[in-house]
Design a protein around this ligand. Structure first.
Ligand SMILES: Nc1ncnc2c1ncn2[C@@H]1O[C@H](COP(=O)(O)OP(=O)(O)OP(=O)(O)O)[C@@H](O)[C@H]1O
Ligand SMILES: [Mg+2]
Length: 278
């Protein structure tokens, strides 16, 4: 099921592609860290409007892959960003929400301070203008987090911090959004809210989103493509239905989704309810 394509076959043509970035094409990617090979022969092709979930066991290399796409760590192979005419674009705007962030819980820095520092490069102890405050408020409203504006960063819950970081990653609206879901610390309601928000953003802005996830229920519900990272590579990629029925995925997660996918769409909820949190 691995996909290698030289040309983008996406249906968006010319100006109908709202986002400016038609696809992200990764070919024969390899990543080593500290002399150890982490990933090899990785091929992945992501269209605008796609929500691609990256799944796989702990330590498989999911976060490493996002960091390489982000340009934080080096890689071999090719990473191309193509516009709707299949012409390489200059580096797109990439929004990134990391899996974890080391925060000093006693620091007085507030959410507003964090945004102001990101927008203006001015020292955070200077007065924050009304204009900046309004921009922060609007940014937080995108993730239903307006009420968090004056909270100290160290006082945010895991889910709140994740929403704040998402708001930060969305200003300016990126071409490509990379989300590394925290492995722990977020309750199911918080996770669902996060997925719903991401899903709405995808529809509204035609964003390309790559989301690392450990929650197969939510992946099945919200992602339209899934890539399974295992044994140092992407072992399969396709629709959720294709990937969750792949023998290697079933073996890794101990799931048998096949019966659920044979049912009518109205039984979709049953299928989702049968997955395990991994
Ligand atoms: N800076 C580093 N130097 C050396 N090895 C590293 C470094 N960062 C990560 N690794 C190793 O790379 C492998 C992949 O790590 P990565 O964080 O990408 O896994 P992951 O799939 O995101 O796991 P998880 O599901 O636990 O978040 C691990 O074996 C990890 O120990
Ligand atoms: Mg990770």
């Amino acid at each position: 099921m691995n996909m290698i394509q030289q040309k983008c076959s996406h249906s968006c043509q010319g100006t109908s592609c709202k986002c400016g970035l038609c696809c992200t094409q990764i070919t024969n990617f390899g990543i080593s860290r500290g002399g150890t090979e982490i990933l090899r022969n990785v091929d992945l092709h992501i269209h605008c409007g796609d929500l691609t979930a990256i799944i796989g066991p702990n330590g498989a290399g999911k976060s490493t892959l996002l960091k390489a796409i982000l340009g934080e760590i080096s890689h071999t192979g090719e990473l191309l960003f193509l516009d709707a005419q299949n012409e390489g674009t200059t580096r797109p705007i990439i929004g990134y929400v990391p899996q974890k962030l080391e925060l000093d819980s006693s620091s007085p820095t507030s959410v507003l301070d964090l945004f102001a520092a990101a927008y203006t490069n001015i020292p955070i102890w200077l007065t924050i203008s009304k204009k900046v405050r309004e921009r922060v408020r609007k940014g937080l409203a995108r993730v239903q987090g307006e009420h968090l504006i004056n909270k100290r960063l160290g006082a945010l819950s895991g889910g709140e911090l994740q929403r704040v970081l998402l708001a930060l990653a969305l200003d300016p609206i990126p071409h490509l959004l990379l989300l590394d879901e925290p492995v722990s610390g977020i309750d199911q309601r918080g996770l669902e809210l996060f997925y719903k928000t991401v899903s709405l953003l995808r529809e509204n802005y035609d964003l390309s989103i790559i989301l690392v996830s450990h929650d197969l229920n939510l992946v099945a519900e919200y992602a339209n493509r899934v890539a399974f990272v295992n044994n140092k590579t992407i072992e399969c990629v396709g629709t959720p239905q294709e990937v969750f029925n792949d023998e290697k995925v079933i073996q890794t997660f101990g799931l048998d989704w096949s019966k659920h996918y044979q049912k009518d769409e109205k039984d979709e909820k049953d299928r989702v309810d049968n997955a395990h949190l991994v």
